[in-house]
Design a protein around this ligand. Structure first.
Ligand code: GDP
Ligand code: MG
Length: 186
């Protein structure tokens, strides 16, 4: 029991964190990176990137059936994103806590979404569900009918690895040791 517990506590995960187009446009890149950096996680990969519709669709393939899927893809492809791979003990779960709830209106103060975002978009899903409005191309640049919440974080260690592989090419990740490592981990 105990060795199993200790082993699970010490599991080193990797997570894919992405600053979404609203985070980049609003000048929040430094602020958001800083939260993960200060926590002590290890940065393995980092780039500013304009993603294709195909990549965005593959990344969010589990949400394909959702009513907001078209505008989610419009939103993610509406400007550059910052792609990051972070490593650490329990980094997937920790990063989700640092990021906060999906809906910024419900995200706790102290979290990235709680501190740095207000609403995903101006119109609720009900409007789309009732067919009163179709997701429209024109909306995408400012995310008016959008899914804005400034940042993405993988929801499981498996998805962390899957997403890092999807967004980074070979040779784009670094193997290195932080000078502070012995102060953070046994
Ligand atoms: P996350 O893991 O917290 O990012 O949330 P999900 O994986 O469930 O959804 C992916 C992204 O789709 C979210 O970060 C939002 O950008 C968007 N999204 C999810 N649910 C909703 C919703 O109910 N309404 C809108 N407008 N966007 C949503
Ligand atoms: Mg998710």
């Amino acid at each position: 029991f105990l060795p199993h517990l200790v082993a699970s506590m010490e599991q080193v995960d990797q997570t894919y964190i992405m600053i979404k187009p609203d985070g980049v446009q609003r000048g929040l890149v430094g602020e958001i990176i800083s939260r993960f950096e200060k926590k002590g996680f290890l940065l393995k990969g980092l780039k500013l990137f304009e993603c294709t519709k195909e990549l965005a669709e593959e990344h969010y393939k589990d949400l394909r059936e959702k009513p907001f899927f078209p505008k989610l893809i419009d939103y993610i492809t509406s400007g550059p994103v910052v792609c990051m791979a972070w490593e650490g003990v329990g980094v997937v779960a920790s990063a989700r806590k640092l990021i906060g709830a999906t809906n910024p209106l419900q995200a706790e103060p102290g979290t990235i979404r709680g501190d740095l975002a207000i609403q995903t978009g101006s119109f609720s899903e009900v409007v789309f569900a009732l067919g009163l409005l179709k997701p429209c191309k024109e909306s995408h640049s400012y995310g008016k009918l959008s899914c804005r919440n400034v940042v993405h974080g993988s929801d499981s260690p498996e998805n962390g690895l899957r997403e890092i592989e999807l967004w980074f090419k070979e040779g784009e990740l670094c193997q290195w040791t932080q000078i502070q490592a012995p102060w953070l981990r046994e």
